[in-house]
Design a protein around this ligand. Structure first.
Ligand code: DX5
Ligand code: ZN
Length: 235
Protein backbone atom coordinates (compact mmCIF):
# COMPACT_ATOMS: atom_id res chain seq x y z
CA UNK A 1 0.00 0.00 0.00
CA UNK A 2 1.20 3.53 -0.74
CA UNK A 3 2.67 5.25 2.38
CA UNK A 4 -0.14 7.85 2.30
CA UNK A 5 -2.69 5.06 2.64
CA UNK A 6 -1.66 4.22 6.17
CA UNK A 7 -1.43 7.80 7.30
CA UNK A 8 -5.06 8.62 8.11
CA UNK A 9 -5.06 7.06 11.54
CA UNK A 10 -1.41 7.74 12.34
CA UNK A 11 -1.64 11.46 11.65
CA UNK A 12 -4.90 12.26 13.43
CA UNK A 13 -3.12 14.05 16.28
CA UNK A 14 -0.81 16.04 14.06
CA UNK A 15 -1.87 17.74 10.84
CA UNK A 16 -5.49 17.76 9.78
CA UNK A 17 -6.00 15.99 6.47
CA UNK A 18 -7.74 17.43 3.46
CA UNK A 19 -10.05 15.23 1.42
CA UNK A 20 -10.87 16.82 -1.95
CA UNK A 21 -14.52 16.27 -2.87
CA UNK A 22 -14.33 15.16 -6.49
CA UNK A 23 -18.01 15.81 -7.20
CA UNK A 24 -16.93 19.47 -7.10
CA UNK A 25 -14.18 18.97 -9.69
CA UNK A 26 -14.49 19.83 -13.36
CA UNK A 27 -16.02 16.52 -14.43
CA UNK A 28 -15.08 17.09 -18.06
CA UNK A 29 -11.45 17.41 -16.97
CA UNK A 30 -11.44 15.06 -14.00
CA UNK A 31 -8.04 13.52 -14.72
CA UNK A 32 -6.45 16.97 -15.03
CA UNK A 33 -7.94 18.04 -11.68
CA UNK A 34 -6.82 14.83 -9.94
CA UNK A 35 -3.28 15.23 -11.25
CA UNK A 36 -3.15 18.88 -10.20
CA UNK A 37 -4.35 18.04 -6.68
CA UNK A 38 -1.80 15.23 -6.49
CA UNK A 39 0.97 17.65 -7.48
CA UNK A 40 -0.19 20.04 -4.73
CA UNK A 41 -0.07 17.25 -2.11
CA UNK A 42 -3.71 16.35 -1.50
CA UNK A 43 -4.15 13.78 1.30
CA UNK A 44 -7.31 11.96 0.23
CA UNK A 45 -9.83 11.94 -2.61
CA UNK A 46 -13.40 12.02 -1.24
CA UNK A 47 -15.85 10.55 -3.73
CA UNK A 48 -19.60 10.92 -3.25
CA UNK A 49 -21.53 7.99 -4.67
CA UNK A 50 -25.27 8.68 -4.75
CA UNK A 51 -28.26 6.65 -5.92
CA UNK A 52 -30.96 9.26 -6.50
CA UNK A 53 -32.97 7.72 -3.62
CA UNK A 54 -31.16 8.33 -0.34
CA UNK A 55 -30.40 11.77 -1.76
CA UNK A 56 -32.16 13.43 -4.70
CA UNK A 57 -29.04 13.65 -6.83
CA UNK A 58 -26.46 11.58 -8.66
CA UNK A 59 -22.76 12.37 -8.49
CA UNK A 60 -19.96 9.90 -9.17
CA UNK A 61 -20.24 6.16 -9.60
CA UNK A 62 -18.20 3.18 -8.49
CA UNK A 63 -17.14 2.71 -12.12
CA UNK A 64 -15.59 6.18 -12.04
CA UNK A 65 -13.95 5.27 -8.73
CA UNK A 66 -12.41 2.21 -10.44
CA UNK A 67 -10.96 4.40 -13.17
CA UNK A 68 -9.72 7.03 -10.71
CA UNK A 69 -7.79 4.35 -8.86
CA UNK A 70 -5.90 3.61 -12.07
CA UNK A 71 -4.46 7.14 -12.25
CA UNK A 72 -3.63 7.98 -8.62
CA UNK A 73 -2.06 6.34 -5.60
CA UNK A 74 -3.65 8.82 -3.20
CA UNK A 75 -6.09 7.10 -0.83
CA UNK A 76 -9.68 7.11 -1.99
CA UNK A 77 -12.54 7.66 0.47
CA UNK A 78 -15.91 6.66 -0.94
CA UNK A 79 -18.93 8.22 0.77
CA UNK A 80 -21.94 6.06 -0.02
CA UNK A 81 -25.04 8.25 0.05
CA UNK A 82 -27.31 5.40 -0.88
CA UNK A 83 -30.23 3.34 0.33
CA UNK A 84 -29.36 -0.31 0.98
CA UNK A 85 -25.58 0.20 1.25
CA UNK A 86 -25.37 -3.59 1.69
CA UNK A 87 -25.79 -3.88 -2.09
CA UNK A 88 -22.49 -2.04 -2.64
CA UNK A 89 -20.38 -4.11 -0.27
CA UNK A 90 -18.91 -6.52 -2.80
CA UNK A 91 -17.95 -3.66 -5.14
CA UNK A 92 -16.27 -1.79 -2.27
CA UNK A 93 -14.25 -4.92 -1.48
CA UNK A 94 -13.38 -5.59 -5.16
CA UNK A 95 -12.16 -2.02 -5.63
CA UNK A 96 -9.79 -2.35 -2.67
CA UNK A 97 -10.79 1.08 -1.40
CA UNK A 98 -8.72 2.62 1.34
CA UNK A 99 -11.80 4.15 3.03
CA UNK A 100 -15.55 3.80 2.64
CA UNK A 101 -18.42 5.15 4.68
CA UNK A 102 -22.13 4.49 4.61
CA UNK A 103 -25.00 6.21 6.38
CA UNK A 104 -26.23 4.71 9.61
CA UNK A 105 -29.67 6.03 8.60
CA UNK A 106 -29.66 3.75 5.53
CA UNK A 107 -28.20 0.47 6.75
CA UNK A 108 -30.42 -2.37 7.90
CA UNK A 109 -27.69 -4.33 9.67
CA UNK A 110 -24.81 -1.89 10.13
CA UNK A 111 -22.61 -4.16 12.22
CA UNK A 112 -22.70 -6.93 9.65
CA UNK A 113 -21.95 -4.44 6.88
CA UNK A 114 -19.01 -2.94 8.77
CA UNK A 115 -17.52 -6.40 9.28
CA UNK A 116 -18.11 -7.48 5.67
CA UNK A 117 -16.53 -4.32 4.26
CA UNK A 118 -13.58 -4.55 6.62
CA UNK A 119 -13.00 -8.14 5.56
CA UNK A 120 -12.04 -6.76 2.16
CA UNK A 121 -9.33 -4.59 3.77
CA UNK A 122 -11.20 -1.27 3.59
CA UNK A 123 -11.23 1.09 6.55
CA UNK A 124 -14.91 1.64 7.27
CA UNK A 125 -16.65 4.73 8.58
CA UNK A 126 -20.16 5.56 9.68
CA UNK A 127 -21.70 8.71 8.20
CA UNK A 128 -24.31 10.70 10.12
CA UNK A 129 -26.62 13.38 8.74
CA UNK A 130 -26.76 16.71 10.60
CA UNK A 131 -30.02 15.80 12.37
CA UNK A 132 -28.94 12.29 13.39
CA UNK A 133 -27.80 12.05 17.01
CA UNK A 134 -24.89 10.10 18.41
CA UNK A 135 -27.10 7.72 20.43
CA UNK A 136 -26.40 4.63 18.27
CA UNK A 137 -22.66 5.10 18.17
CA UNK A 138 -21.82 3.07 21.29
CA UNK A 139 -23.02 -0.03 19.40
CA UNK A 140 -20.57 0.45 16.54
CA UNK A 141 -17.77 2.61 17.92
CA UNK A 142 -15.43 -0.27 18.64
CA UNK A 143 -15.92 -1.74 15.16
CA UNK A 144 -15.39 1.26 12.91
CA UNK A 145 -12.27 3.07 11.69
CA UNK A 146 -13.61 6.64 11.39
CA UNK A 147 -16.74 8.76 11.63
CA UNK A 148 -18.06 11.15 9.00
CA UNK A 149 -20.25 13.98 10.28
CA UNK A 150 -22.30 15.80 7.68
CA UNK A 151 -22.32 19.56 8.25
CA UNK A 152 -25.01 20.00 5.57
CA UNK A 153 -27.84 17.78 4.38
CA UNK A 154 -26.19 15.27 2.05
CA UNK A 155 -26.47 15.43 -1.71
CA UNK A 156 -25.49 18.89 -2.90
CA UNK A 157 -22.49 21.16 -2.87
CA UNK A 158 -22.82 24.82 -1.95
CA UNK A 159 -25.06 24.59 1.13
CA UNK A 160 -24.83 26.44 4.44
CA UNK A 161 -22.94 24.98 7.42
CA UNK A 162 -25.10 23.68 10.29
CA UNK A 163 -23.53 25.30 13.38
CA UNK A 164 -24.86 22.58 15.71
CA UNK A 165 -22.22 20.30 14.25
CA UNK A 166 -19.52 22.00 16.32
CA UNK A 167 -20.78 20.82 19.75
CA UNK A 168 -21.59 17.49 18.10
CA UNK A 169 -17.91 17.02 17.23
CA UNK A 170 -16.92 17.87 20.81
CA UNK A 171 -19.51 15.45 22.23
CA UNK A 172 -18.25 12.75 19.87
CA UNK A 173 -14.69 13.27 21.12
CA UNK A 174 -15.89 12.76 24.70
CA UNK A 175 -17.88 9.68 23.73
CA UNK A 176 -14.82 8.20 22.05
CA UNK A 177 -12.62 8.72 25.07
CA UNK A 178 -15.26 7.01 27.23
CA UNK A 179 -14.91 3.96 24.98
CA UNK A 180 -11.13 4.18 24.85
CA UNK A 181 -10.93 4.92 21.12
CA UNK A 182 -9.57 7.91 19.23
CA UNK A 183 -11.00 7.69 15.74
CA UNK A 184 -10.52 10.20 12.94
CA UNK A 185 -13.49 12.57 12.62
CA UNK A 186 -14.24 13.69 9.08
CA UNK A 187 -16.51 16.69 8.50
CA UNK A 188 -18.28 17.13 5.17
CA UNK A 189 -20.12 20.18 3.85
CA UNK A 190 -19.37 23.92 3.56
CA UNK A 191 -15.84 23.62 4.86
CA UNK A 192 -14.18 27.00 4.33
CA UNK A 193 -11.22 28.46 6.26
CA UNK A 194 -13.51 29.70 9.06
CA UNK A 195 -15.69 26.58 9.48
CA UNK A 196 -12.57 24.42 9.09
CA UNK A 197 -10.90 26.21 11.98
CA UNK A 198 -13.98 25.78 14.19
CA UNK A 199 -14.22 22.07 13.30
CA UNK A 200 -10.53 21.53 14.09
CA UNK A 201 -10.82 23.35 17.43
CA UNK A 202 -13.60 20.93 18.38
CA UNK A 203 -11.68 17.81 17.39
CA UNK A 204 -12.19 17.15 13.66
CA UNK A 205 -9.21 15.60 11.89
CA UNK A 206 -10.27 15.28 8.23
CA UNK A 207 -11.88 18.10 6.28
CA UNK A 208 -13.80 17.54 3.06
CA UNK A 209 -12.87 20.35 0.71
CA UNK A 210 -15.41 21.28 -1.95
CA UNK A 211 -16.74 24.46 -3.52
CA UNK A 212 -16.33 26.38 -0.25
CA UNK A 213 -12.54 26.05 -0.22
CA UNK A 214 -10.56 24.65 -3.14
CA UNK A 215 -12.93 24.30 -6.10
CA UNK A 216 -13.53 27.92 -7.01
CA UNK A 217 -14.18 29.31 -10.47
CA UNK A 218 -11.24 31.23 -11.84
CA UNK A 219 -8.77 29.84 -9.29
CA UNK A 220 -6.29 27.10 -10.12
CA UNK A 221 -6.52 24.04 -7.91
CA UNK A 222 -2.83 23.94 -7.10
CA UNK A 223 -2.82 27.43 -5.53
CA UNK A 224 -6.26 26.96 -3.96
CA UNK A 225 -5.17 23.80 -2.15
CA UNK A 226 -1.84 25.29 -1.06
CA UNK A 227 -3.62 28.37 0.28
CA UNK A 228 -6.20 26.29 2.17
CA UNK A 229 -3.47 24.05 3.63
CA UNK A 230 -1.73 27.19 4.91
CA UNK A 231 -4.93 28.58 6.40
CA UNK A 232 -5.85 25.46 8.34
CA UNK A 233 -2.30 24.81 9.55
CA UNK A 234 -2.56 28.06 11.57
CA UNK A 235 -5.73 26.99 13.40
C1 DX5 B 1 -22.31 17.18 0.17
C2 DX5 B 1 -21.01 16.62 -0.33
C3 DX5 B 1 -19.81 17.47 -0.08
C4 DX5 B 1 -19.81 18.79 -0.75
C5 DX5 B 1 -18.69 19.64 -0.22
O1 DX5 B 1 -23.30 16.23 -0.08
O2 DX5 B 1 -20.76 15.39 0.32
O3 DX5 B 1 -18.65 16.74 -0.44
O4 DX5 B 1 -19.71 18.62 -2.11
O5 DX5 B 1 -18.65 20.83 -0.93
P1 DX5 B 1 -19.19 22.26 -0.42
O6 DX5 B 1 -17.99 22.99 0.06
O7 DX5 B 1 -19.75 22.87 -1.64
O8 DX5 B 1 -20.22 22.04 0.63
ZN1 ZN C 1 -19.33 13.40 0.98
Amino acid sequence: MHPKATSLTARTKAMPQIAASLMCANLLNLQRDIEELDRAGIDIFHIDVMDGHFVPNLALSLEIVRQIKLITRTPVDVHLMVDNPERYCSSVCDLKLEYASFHLEAAKAPLRLIRDMKAGGTKVGIALNPCTGLESLPWVIEEIDFILLMAVEPGFAGQVFVRGILPKIATLKKLMSRYGVDLPIEVDGNINPETARRCLENGATILVAGTSSIFKPGKDLYSALREFQGEISRH
